[in-house]
Design a protein around this ligand. Structure first.
Ligand code: AMP
Ligand code: GLY
Length: 440
């Protein structure tokens, strides 16, 4: 088989590693391609120099090279209709069609859909230039803090937790007058602030049936103790399922996952691929109430780095079963492992950050650690690997003993790596134990 991965960040590197380790991939002597690639991905996949947003060139490449299966990592190609284009040419692809991807690409669509299907999420109202005069009245129905979200994609930066009227006014002005996110922010929602802890759950679905991968927890803030600015994610761990009980798990399935899959199907937007559920688990032990914070139409980054290694059954077959409508016959098996992922970032991230720093120690990684590349490139003379992004590497540690041991391995891996002004959080996973204690 010839397999093409679209995207070249940490999520796509993790997907590539997992596909290469799949029995079906090895047995069929398959070849893996990846758009653009990076120094980590290039070790296992042939780079293809086409941008993930250049859908027509990707389609031509897939037809010419007779690609058997394509896996889409990021949301942007999905929002541009890559799945629709490939399917129209009988090419098999993992990821939802454009109309289904709207569950991520339009917050207003997602919130209206949830309201219509009774899926629990924060109380909200959507606004555009037509009803902007009603903002003040709606805010008066909520207590501060309140949450304001740009409607469209904004690279994870379109959300403001406003502590006061002044915060809210200034963000709304940024969205609507200064247009800091372009058209993505010309419409927006205001919603109530939910108190609880966050959980990321990936459902792999073929539009009818689904399997749930182990739950994970992201660490979105830049600073230790979940302080400072929001980032794309500074670390993750899995499994996080011990944080919730069976009843809560059942609520997540019955109130969230199943109504999404059936509701999307009924509205002619059959959802295939990975449905990322960003949840807020509210309430107290024994009576948790899961609420949806957001849906994404793809795997999460950096949760993927921690979740995929826990899958024991054939990962490539899982992705193909999603595309081919065969999830019903797929038997998901999970390893008895813990995984902790720590992201090494460039100085300045999530604002303007440094690049071009030489990374040392990549060949000296201890056992039980995967090094996943996000923002790395070769130097011009190709002698060095240098930093090129805000999030540079993910160090993923494993253990069959405990999450603590897995995280120790990740941090040991980090000790052997260096680049100028390397930044990382030292408290990844700590909140798992804090939350467990609160539960008892
Ligand atoms: P989003 O892009 O919708 O995932 O929002 C980014 C982050 O903002 C989430 O991961 C939460 O930490 C926080 N957030 C978003 N919506 C809410 C909400 N309604 N209540 C509390 N926190 C929220
Ligand atoms: N980790 C958050 C995301 O992928 O959107």
């Amino acid at each position: 088989m010839k397999i093409l991965i679209i995207g070249n960040g940490g999520r796509e590197h993790s997907i590539a590693v997992k596909i290469c380790g799949s029995k079906s991939f090895i047995d069929s002597k398959s070849i893996l391609y990846c758009t653009i690639g990076n120094p980590g991905i290039d070790k296992i996949a042939q780079p293809v120099n086409i941008k993930p947003t250049d859908i027509s060139s990707l389609l031509n490449f897939a037809l010419k090279e007779k690609i058997d299966f394509t896996v889409v990592g990021p949301e942007i190609p999905l929002s541009l209709g890559i799945a629709d284009e490939f399917i129209s040419k009988n090419l098999s692809i993992f990821g939802p069609v454009k109309s289904a991807a709207e569950i991520e690409t339009s917050k207003i669509f997602a919130k209206d859909f949830m309201r219509k299907h009774g899926i629990p999420s924060a109380k909200f109202k959507s606004f555009s230039s037509e009803n902007i005069g009603e903002v003040k009245g709606f805010i008066e129905t909520l207590n501060f803090p309140i949450v304001i979200k740009a409607d469209g994609l904004a690279a994870g930066k379109g959300v403001c937790i406003a502590e006061s009227h002044a915060d809210a006014d200034s963000f709304i002005t940024d969205l609507t007058s200064a247009k800091i996110f372009g058209e993505s922010g010309s419409s927006f929602i205001i919603e109530e602030y939910l108190e609880g802890f966050e959980l990321s759950i990936f459902a792999i679905t073929d539009g009818k049936d689904y399997v749930l991968l182990p739950a994970a927890q992201d660490h979105k803030r830049i600073g230790e103790g979940d302080t400072g600015k929001n980032t794309g994610g500074m670390g993750s761990y899995a499994p996080a399922d011990a944080l919730i009980d069976d009843i809560t798990y059942q609520k997540i399935k019955e109130r969230i996952i199943e109504p999404v899959i059936s509701g999307m199907s009924k509205s002619g937007r059959e959802y295939k691929g990975c449905l990322y559920c960003g949840l807020m688990i509210c309430g107290n032990k024994g009576n948790f109430e899961p609420y949806v914070i957001e849906f994404n139409c793809r795997f999460g980054d950096p949760e993927t780095q921690a979740v995929l290694p826990l899958i024991k059954s054939d990962f490539l077959e899982l992705l193909i079963a999603s595309a081919n409508g065969n999830i019903k016959n797929y038997k998901l098996e999970i390893n008895n492992l813990y995984a902790g992922c720590v992201v090494a970032a460039s100085k300045g991230y999530p604002d303007k950050y440094e690049t071009g720093k030489v990374i040392s120690g990549l060949d000296n990684i201890p056992g039980n650690v995967n090094v996943i590349h996000s923002g790395t490139v070769y130097s011009d003379d190709r002698k060095d690997v240098i930093t090129s992004g805000g999030r540079v590497l993910s160090l993923v540690g494993f253990s069959d003993k405990s999450l603590t041991a897995a995280l120790e391995n990740a941090y040991k891996g980090l000790e052997s790596i260096n680049f100028d002004n390397i930044c990382y959080r030292k408290d990844i996973g700590r909140k798992f134990y804090e939350l467990l204690r609160q539960k008892d």
